[in-house]
Ligand binder design. Sequence first.
Ligand SMILES: [Zn+2]
Length: 326
Amino acid sequence: MNYFQMIPKIELHAHLNGSLSNQTLAELRNLKYGSYGNQPGSDDSFYRITSKTNLTLQECFQKFKYAHDLTDQPDTLAFATRKVIQEFAEDNVVYLELRTTPKATAHMTKREYLTTVLETIRKSQTEFQKITVKLLPSIDRSKGVKEAEENVDLVLDLAKSYPDLIKGMDLSGAPFGTKFSDYRELLRKAQSAGLKMALHCGEFDDDEEVREMFEFGTDRIGHGTFIKGDNLEFAKKAKIPFECCLTSNVKCSTTDDFGVFETTLSQELFLCAKTFGLTPDQIIQLEERSIAYTFASDDEKRALATLFEDFRRKEEEGEEYPPSPI
Ligand SMILES: [Zn+2]
């Protein structure tokens, strides 16, 4: 385990399907189709795509297609969710907010989809005690308002049974040809019910939409790549955190789709330290500061803060940590 793996980490922006590692995808494929038979990617494209690191955009989309197909039944979805949590835990991520869009498939309803994920998270909290996991159900804005309405109603209903796990909602999906304003009232309904908002924001150049999201009151900004000028000033003043790939912007930590891009939060932190010339101590501070922006309860935030204090103390005492490579 290297130094960056040892640091306790906070992951606030991980899409479930995008976080499936190549190994998990291969295991899911066996689980769903067995070792033989007419599986998707039988032409070897599955193995080509899941053994490469630098994928073309088209290959990325194909990988997402495999991920969606392989998680369309309760047993494979539960397997996938557990594996994602396990892999984050092995990377010493101590707090994880997973996001996923409830999907109705040939094998399950949207309610079954979300319940499967929630039950798996609940079980994982006993199995992997060092990681706290929350769920942010998503609205995929490319799927239209009717689907979004169904999702919000379902989420508000399930939040009654899983108040400790469902802490907020995410708005994601290809934004092109859609308007944030179409989803505003639905999101307002969820917000009024006490759910926090982590909206994908400023993924394309539209200052007006970013302004609308700020006026609405998003708690965090997903990516925010194109946020600039007055909007950027506003975000800074209002202290709205960005969830971004650490290599491009340093505010809050996230890996987004670690499976698709085959990275880990530890690797991202290492790159971040190297690129921006940050010391290991600054990296730890960066992670520690993210605690305030989680959707965890106050008790959970305090527990996370203690974890970091312990880490620092042990490090000062010179306890068995490998030297930092930076
Ligand atoms: Zn994202």
